[in-house]
Design a binder for this molecule. Structure first.
Ligand code: CU
Length: 160
């Protein structure tokens, strides 16, 4: 039913801003100080791409692995590391900010030549796009935002 041809983009308007999922729960009240420590604490380590935990794409009953990636005004993709198995992987890119983005998947070495650079196209604030790729081989495939890659706005698809 949702048989989208590989790499075909589906326009979707009116994407709900599910920012609530990102809301930080500050109601624990267990610790006197946060993880950054109290006065004189060492401070939180700066997040790096390599230190960030990979998020697994979820295999659906149709055999498609799906993952949602948020693009924000902080010029970061979240998650920035997506892990999947070889096969069809469907990304749902959602712009949760106001800044436009254009995320491209670079699936070099894949069998399907249509995989060269599928992407969202210009994605304005509040918009979402679904992008499917078929990856046949294990590897690391970057998905940069064309507008902000120089600012480090890039994710990585890890096929294992
Ligand atoms: Cu961007």
């Amino acid at each position: 039913m949702s048989d989208v041809p590989v790499c075909r983009l589906m326009s979707t308007r009116g994407a709900a801003l599910l920012v609530t999922a990102l809301t930080i729960s500050g109601a624990s009240g267990c610790a006197l100080w946060g993880p950054e420590g109290g006065p004189g604490g060492a401070g939180l380590a700066a997040p790096t791409a390599s230190a960030e935990a990979a998020v697994d794409a979820v295999l659906g009953p149709d055999g498609v692995q799906r993952v949602e990636v948020m693009a924000g005004d902080d010029l970061r993709l979240s998650p920035s590391v997506v892990r999947a198995r070889p096969g069809v992987i469907e990304f749902r890119f959602r712009n949760i900010g106001m800044t436009p983005h254009d995320v491209r998947l670079t699936v070099t070495g894949a069998e399907d030549p249509a995989n060269t650079a599928p992407g969202t196209g210009n994605l304005n604030g509040g918009q979402a796009q679904t992008v499917r790729v078929t990856v046949d081989r294990a590897g690391r495939y970057p998905f940069p935002c064309l507008y902000h890659v120089s600012s480090g706005m890039q994710g990585t698809l890890e096929v294992v």
